[in-house]
Design a protein around this ligand. Structure first.
Ligand SMILES: [Zn+2]
Ligand SMILES: [Zn+2]
Length: 359
């Protein structure tokens, strides 16, 4: 079958190749891949910065944002039927099966020895077929199949927003104002979730108004601001107490500045994979002081377990009802497996590149 692979650790190794079709084992289903979304993680893997091949293999099949259709069931596989549309989760439990992994929270894995399909130690979904146990697959109703490939990035935003509210059970809290940094897919989806919760939501990104992303922000009843006209440092003056900040640019300097604009009792979630060095002249003392004096919380959030895929599906249906056509507009480029490596190059204004594999 056709697949797109990288040699982990080698920069610019992404290539379309022929590989063996995976064998269907007992308790597994075989899925025909229909669409795969591309994101920054795939780009980082192709830079050789992250990514790990499965044991005994010299390549890694890329791709972790998927939509597929069940084509066959292995012996004893239950919970899905041939023809079902499915989105696969990404992370798999660690071999020690730690407290969190065995509780269905592999996204909170305690040991760090988890694997991730298309990223760490397991092949991904950029191939014509994959096999998987139903427990890691989320069934999608046909009504949502045209947008369901966005469920994996939505699950990331879903976890951040839902954990923000879970953390705030520590106090009496009535949030009004939310700010999202970054207008990529995860930032836009976080803004949509915050709008569904009725928050006055501001999305900040570098580009001036008029981009597809800014129009989508406005279509969901949020406000788009270019950070050139509304620098982070002046946000508190413009907006007053900011209750929620979601950092989705992946820029460490921005992450640090976000912590400084957080209002009293506010929560900041950091979603980027920040480079492991500090920005020069980081005002760490002031930051620590502000966190204490304002009872502020900063937390990091990575990956998402099945629960967030399921609530994500409910919110996806709600978004489709409230803003018809909005989710469709996330896809700014449609390509095929043969279009690699060019598929990883992002043009200005691109939000989500989709690879169409089967239908
Ligand atoms: Zn992704
Ligand atoms: Zn674990």
């Amino acid at each position: 079958m056709q697949a797109v692979v990288v040699t982990p650790g080698v920069a610019n190794s992404v290539r379309p190749v022929e590989v063996e079709r995976p064998e269907l084992g007992p308790g597994q289903v075989v899925v025909r891949t229909l669409q795969v979304g591309i994101c920054g993680t795939d780009v980082e893997i192709n830079r050789g910065l992250i990514g790990e091949a499965p044991p005994g293999c010299d390549h890694l099949i890329l791709g972790h944002e998927s939509l597929g259709r069940v084509e066959g069931l292995g012996r004893g596989a239950r919970g899905l039927a041939v023809g079902d549309y499915v989105v696969a989760t990404v992370r798999r439990s660690c071999p020690q099966n730690c407290l969190n992994c065995r509780s269905g929270e592999s996204d909170m894995c305690l040991t760090g020895d988890y694997t991730e399909r298309g990223i760490k130690g397991m092949h991904g979904y950029l191939a014509e077929y994959y096999v998987e146990a139903p427990t890691w697959l989320v069934k999608v109703l046909p009504a949502l199949k045209d947008v369901a490939v966005l469920l994996e990035p939505l699950s990331i935003a879903e976890k951040a927003v839902s954990q923000t509210f879970a953390i705030q059970r520590r106090l009496h809290w009535r949030p009004q104002t939310a700010v999202v940094l970054g207008a990529g897919a995860v930032g836009l989806l976080a803004a949509a979730l915050l709008r569904l919760r009725g928050l006055e939501t501001y999305a900040l990104a570098r580009s001036p108004r008029g981009t597809p992303a800014s129009q989508m922000v406005e279509a969901m009843g949020a406000t788009y601001w270019s950070s050139r006209e509304h620098p982070l440092a002046s946000l508190t003056q413009e907006l007053g107490n900011i209750d929620i900040v979601v950092e989705a640019t992946g820029n460490a300097q921005v992450a640090l500045e976000c912590a400084a604009v957080l209002g009293n009792n506010g929560v900041l979630s950091l979603l980027g994979i920040y480079p492991p060095y500090s920005p020069p002249q980081a005002p760490v003392g002031r930051l620590a002081r502000e966190l204490v004096l304002g009872n502020r919380v900063v937390f990091g959030s990575v990956n998402a377990n099945r629960r967030y895929f399921e609530t994500g599906l409910e919110h996806m249906a709600e978004m489709e009802g409230r803003w018809p056509g909005l989710l469709d507009r996330f896809v700014t480029r449609r390509l095929t497996l043969a279009d690699f490596p060019a598929a990883l190059e992002k043009a200005a204004g691109d939000i989500k590149t989709l690879i169409h594999i089967g239908h």
